[in-house]
Design a protein around this ligand. Sequence first.
Ligand code: ADP
Ligand code: GLC
Length: 521
Amino acid sequence: MGTTLFGPSGFPLRVLFATGEMFPLAKTGGLGDAAAALPAALARLGVDITAMLPGYDSALDAACGKRTLARLPAGGTLLLGRTPDSGLPVYLLDWPELFRRPGGPYQDADKRDWPDNLRRFAAFCAAAAHLAQHGDGGGWQPEIVHANDWHTGLLPAFLALHPGPRPASVFTIHNLAFQGNFALDEARALGLPDALLGTEGAEFYGRFSCLKAGIGYAQRLTTVSPTYAREILTPEEGCGMDGLLRARRGDLVGILNGIDTGLWNPAGDPALPRPFAAGDVAGKGDAKAAVRRELGLDPAAAGPLVVGVARLTHQKMADVVLAALPALLDQGVQVALHGEGDPALEAGLRAAAERFPGRLAVRIGYQEALAHRLLAAADIALTPSRFEPCGLTTMYAMRYGAVPVTRPVGGLADTVADVDTAAEGGTGFTFADPTPEALAGCVRRAVTLFADPPAWRRVQRAAMQRDFGWDRSARRYLDLYRDLAPAETGRLRRLAPPSVDPPPAPRPEVLPAASWSEAAD
Ligand code: ADP
Ligand code: GLC
């Protein structure tokens, strides 16, 4: 690793990685995967990194070896545990009133946003900021704070508004469309600092935007692919933030996400009936037979199995997939779809499955192991998007020998090379117009190639052999941290005693920003 490992303090860089979800503690999509795999990859490079996550029930259940570090006068407790798989240290903000409730991290069981999301994530960010400024009460303080998406957008803002020495901040945009926008009055009522309420702060078209806070206040910005980093500077793809992003373009870099090649590994995946690899895909046949049985698809069909695993949303073109289904099935393929999201699209897909028994299977819901089984079984993975910051599912699909049919946008443009236009080693099929006709036409190209087994095998092998591991990208984050860690962060205490100084902002009545009190146990 040479000397790049060390920060100005002469010790390994100390990084706090704050996130709203992290597999397997909590996951609603790709953020959960990336927020687990990147810190683990950085830890493998020798970075002294600790993640921080709200103490959801699922996270408290899954984390190992939890111990209490400090209690917050306003109600929360800071716990330190480890992830069950990578063993990465993780802080959990245990605050039952805010985070321990039935439902998901951001929504209730009926998929309605929790009405107090601003308070929940402002409290989380305030706790993380306090930890970053004063130490964790157990002797650790970061030099770099890395925040992710709107849930942690207020964290760089709280740090920036803090007068004293403070860690440097990085903010990663995983999806610009999720902005965490709330009524300004709600922000005011929570006692958020006045500086945040104006246009120079987090005010965004008359609302209060947690995402804008992250983009505006973090010292460095990253997003999850080079192409998306360019796209979000345009009015078409900038979701209203493009002006601010253009102003900050010198601080913004696109770093392609990697994938966890241990977790998403067809040669060692416990969810599959038989392992397989690029050199021998016989096990894919077993996976296909098993999935056909499981989903009630005709076991003897000759055509390819087309699979889709995605949130059923506008972003993922679920409406276009639904409209294209009759045209796809006309081509002699079988289709298996798994996802959840827009209730109208869920109902539409269920109805379509009833119309085409044995040829179309739809499973509404969210099942981690089924996603693995489906991608292993698939000949073709349907992963189209109107926009896509990175698109991990497409990379998983390629590694599992499922040739993607997708659009060349965002991270998909950076990871899929079209078979017909790539100079060499095409790995999938892409189409430009987000229409059912263009989608069906693109699937037709794939179906035609599927009828030529040696040619198909070449494409499949090329897709499976692409290196999507995290190592290269994790090194880029490490370089970014090193550039950023200003000399003065080296003076931040390596062994910090629990602080007794209340920070100036945000105010303690509503947010947990008063001092840590030492844990009783
Ligand atoms: P996004 O984060 O925008 O949803 P990605 O492709 O980057 O898109 O990541 C999606 C992740 O969520 C993948 O790990 C995928 O397997 C998973 N996923 C999406 N829908 C489901 C589902 N219904 N069941 C299980 N996993 C799902
Ligand atoms: C977001 C994006 C997705 C990306 C993931 C992880 O959910 O929609 O494209 O892969 O974050 O960064």
